[in-house]
Design a protein around this ligand. Structure first.
Ligand code: UDP
Ligand code: MG
Length: 336
């Protein structure tokens, strides 16, 4: 078995090459999920044991949880050797945790990614694996989101609609519950992007894809780790990460403004020629307010992109790995 990388988690985390003993990896990011993890294991293990795989690992990425998650995982690992825990140094966020999992997953055939909170039902896994024999990417698409609160559904519809209009690809309303073949995983990991939004990067690669539909369950316990603030950030990351169309806003406004100004100029000159000029307070205020707003908006859009360029130029890793239970096992093995 190849030695683990000397400095894991640094830019371009070299992670682990596929392990011949592991056919499929299941990557599960978890942040403050002490309550749900035992229930996840209870439902996930029978499904995987019965899936007829040559070997599997369940790689839970503990995204810097400060609750009992590490202790619960350590306990669960004692009775489930296939459970592997990668602990991140800080709370790096859902997408970064997924990237960490992908970088370290050993699945020779591929990787399934799913949420820890049982909203992605483990029972769908065999369908994903089966469809994965004929496609590089298989999305588990939510057929029914009725358990999600109205605000969540409305914002999700807006988000996916906007992305599609901006030229984004991929199926509607697919989160990060999907199968990706080893080739897709390696391709994603080779991209220099550190702060990737996987649910957009994967479809854009253009690998043959399939879909499996499922009814989204309710969160098994606890509350969402995605408050509105985080959802907004994910949306902005997704939009700026996959489209430069918003940058064209300024040009569009500029062109429209030029047209309006030309008409106004004609009108002003005409009024002056016929000697009917009036103080015109309203038009001045309206013009100043509208231009000011549009300029600020365009500056803001520019700022979003410049900010991300800045972050990309700094090249800091999206996550740092503090511990990988696999390394402990390797250290425990007698040497020589
Ligand atoms: N998550 C994470 N890091 C975070 C926030 C969330 O790893 O900073 C995980 C979380 O434990 C869960 C998944 O990402 O497994 C999705 O989060 P959640 O269920 O809270 O989001 P929602 O389903 O409400 O969109
Ligand atoms: Mg959830």
């Amino acid at each position: 078995m190849p030695a683990s990388p000397a400095e894991p988690g640094v830019p371009g985390d070299p992670g682990d090459p596929g392990d011949p003993g592991v056919e499929v990896s299941v990557v599960v990011p978890a942040y403050q999920e002490a309550e749900v993890l035992p229930r996840l294991v209870e439902r996930l293990r029978p499904v995987l044991d019965a899936a007829g795989l040559a070997g599997y690992e369940v790689l839970v990425v503990d995204d810097g949880s400060t609750d009992a998650t590490p202790a619960v995982l350590a306990r669960l690992r004692r009775s489930w050797p296939q459970l592997r825990v990668v602990r991140l140094r800080t709370n790096a966020g859902h997408q970064a945790a997924l990237s960490a999992g992908l970088a370290r997953a050993r699945g020779r055939r591929g990787v399934v990614t799913m949420d820890a909170d049982l909203q992605d039902p483990p029972e769908v896994l065999p369908l994903l694996l089966e469809a994965g024999r004929g496609a590089d990417v298989v999305y588990a698409v939510r057929a029914d989101r009725s358990v999600d609160p109205l605000l969540k559904r409305a914002t999700a519809a807006l988000f996916y609609g906007l992305l599609r209009r901006l030229g984004g690809t991929g199926p509607a309303q697919a989160g990060d519950f999907r199968w990706t073949s080893r080739e897709v995983v390696d391709t994603v990991l080779r991209l220099p992007e550190q702060h990737r939004v996987l649910r957009l990067v994967v479809p854009e690669l253009g690998f043959p894809a399939a879909e499996v539909t499922y009814a989204r369950g309710a969160r098994a316990a606890g509350r969402t780790r995605y408050p509105l603030r985080r959802m907004l950030r994910l949306s902005l990351d997704a939009i700026t990460g996959s489209s430069t169309a918003p940058l064209r806003l300024a040009t569009l406004f500029g062109l429209g403004g030029a047209l309006v100004s030309a008409l106004l100029l004609l009108y002003a000159l005409g009024s002056w020629a016929f000697g009917s000029t009036t103080p015109g307070w309203t038009s001045t205020v309206v013009a100043v307010t509208v231009t000011g707003t549009l300029q600020l908006l365009c500056l803001g859009v520019l700022g979003e992109y410049v900010g991300r360029l800045h972050v990309a130029a700094q090249g800091r890793p999206a996550y740092l790995v503090a511990r990988d239970s696999l390394d402990d096992e390797r250290d425990d093995r007698p040497v020589g």
